[in-house]
Design a protein around this ligand. Structure first.
Ligand code: SF4
Length: 208
């Protein structure tokens, strides 16, 4: 695919979808916790959980007062709650002890926190700190490769190829557009090509 066509796709998507995440948060720390909780969980479920959790424990200083068991009781409905609670508490401890209570604002430091892999670091870096990064989750991976923005067999190469074909300033918003496109039209099993806003630009348009 050419850069020009990629640009056309992004501009078309920008007329349909927001460039904001579906997760609710007020601070970089809350975003970090929400993204950790979102692994294999819907954003709707995470928002329900964090609405209650953040009422009392929305800062690293307050959340660290929870025991592992207490935190698990708040987040169990998100699934994988034992490891998520462990990661959140460990990351929170490091944020307080190493980073003076602030979520670090570099990709390298973010990835040193427990439970923070490349994807989570990219989300926090781009959303909370307005950094240029494109996080590749399951939707971004599937959709980017399906429509031809990338031609890769793993998330890392997909991310690299997207960074090549897209303008740097478009990396962050493209992450959100591809997620929303993947959730609403370009679904894993039955893509709704007939209603898809980029069906005139997509080579995989199944209605052709
Ligand atoms: S036209 Fe079909 S395959 Fe292409 S992006 Fe839209 S839903 Fe996905």
């Amino acid at each position: 695919m050419t850069k020009t066509k990629a640009k056309s796709i992004i501009e078309k998507l920008s007329t349909q979808f927001t460039d904001k995440p579906a997760l609710n948060f007020s601070t970089p720390y809350q975003l970090l916790v929400a993204v950790i909780l979102s692994a294999q969980c819907t954003d709707e479920r995470v928002n329900k959980v964090t609405k209650i959790l953040f009422e009392k424990y929305g800062t690293p200083q307050s959340l660290i007062t929870l025991s592992q068991t207490e935190l698990e009781s708040y987040i169990f409905s998100c699934g994988l709650y034992k490891s998520k609670a462990e990661h959140i508490l460990s990351a929170t401890k490091d944020i307080l002890q190493i980073y003076d209570g602030q979520v670090p604002n570099t990709l390298a430091d973010l990835q040193k926190l427990a439970g923070v892999g490349r994807k989570t670091a990219n989300v926090v870096y781009s959303v909370a700190f307005k950094g240029d990064a494109i996080a590749v989750d399951t939707h971004v991976f599937r959709v980017a490769n399906r429509i031809g923005l990338a031609k890769a067999t793993n998330v890392l190469n997909t991310e690299k190829q997207l960074m090549q074909i897209l303008d740097k300033k478009d990396w962050s918003r493209t992450h959100h557009y591809l997620i929303y496109l993947g959730r609403s039209f370009c679904k894993s099993q039955k893509p709704d090509c007939a209603s898809c806003p980029i069906n005139d630009l997509c080579s995989k348009n199944l209605k052709r």
